[in-house]
Design a protein around this ligand. Structure first.
Ligand code: TYD
Length: 135
């Protein structure tokens, strides 16, 4: 499985760091929605779904967390612990977010507005969607 992790360019000087992200340049799609998670409670696992169309870039802009990516054949755990790193998550990837530090802020850039009908929340349905069921 190919994990696509972007390393963004921080503009650092004696005042500190600044990261700027533009759609189509740094983010490989039109950004239709931004959301973020914080105050995540201990041992919480978020996500546990895939999407029919939605693409995302995940950036842990403070603290750290881990992302499980699962394409139906293979699983990988990707740590996110730098504010200048972005993980690309394709639509057809089952994802789980876990191991949040208490100060973690996970920022998400999304290619679509919120649409519950785009979610695949059932793992068997996900396996069918990616063609890995009954092989
Ligand atoms: P949920 O899908 O459970 O989050 P996660 O995938 O991270 O576990 O979303 C939590 C709640 O927030 C749920 O009631 C739906 C709502 N929500 C929105 O209204 N807009 C959004 O863009 C997102 C991602 C969630």
């Amino acid at each position: 499985m190919q994990v696509i992790k972007y390393v963004f360019q921080p503009h650092g000087d004696e005042r500190g760091q600044l990261v700027s992200l533009e759609e189509f340049n740094d983010i490989p799609f039109q950004i239709k929605r931004v959301y973020f998670m914080y105050d995540t409670t201990k041992n919480t696992v978020r996500g546990k779904h895939a999407h029919k169309n939605l693409q995302q870039i995940l950036v842990c802009i403070h603290g750290s967390c881990k992302i499980l990516l699962d394409n139906g054949r293979e699983k990988k755990v990707v740590p996110l612990e730098k504010p200048y790193e972005g993980l690309y998550v394709a639509n057809d990837m089952w994802r789980e977010m876990f191991d949040f530090s208490s100060d973690a802020v996970l920022l998400v850039f999304a290619s679509e507005v919120y649409d519950e009908s785009d979610y695949i929340r059932d793992y068997d349905e996900f396996l069918k969607f990616v063609g890995e069921k009954n092989k």
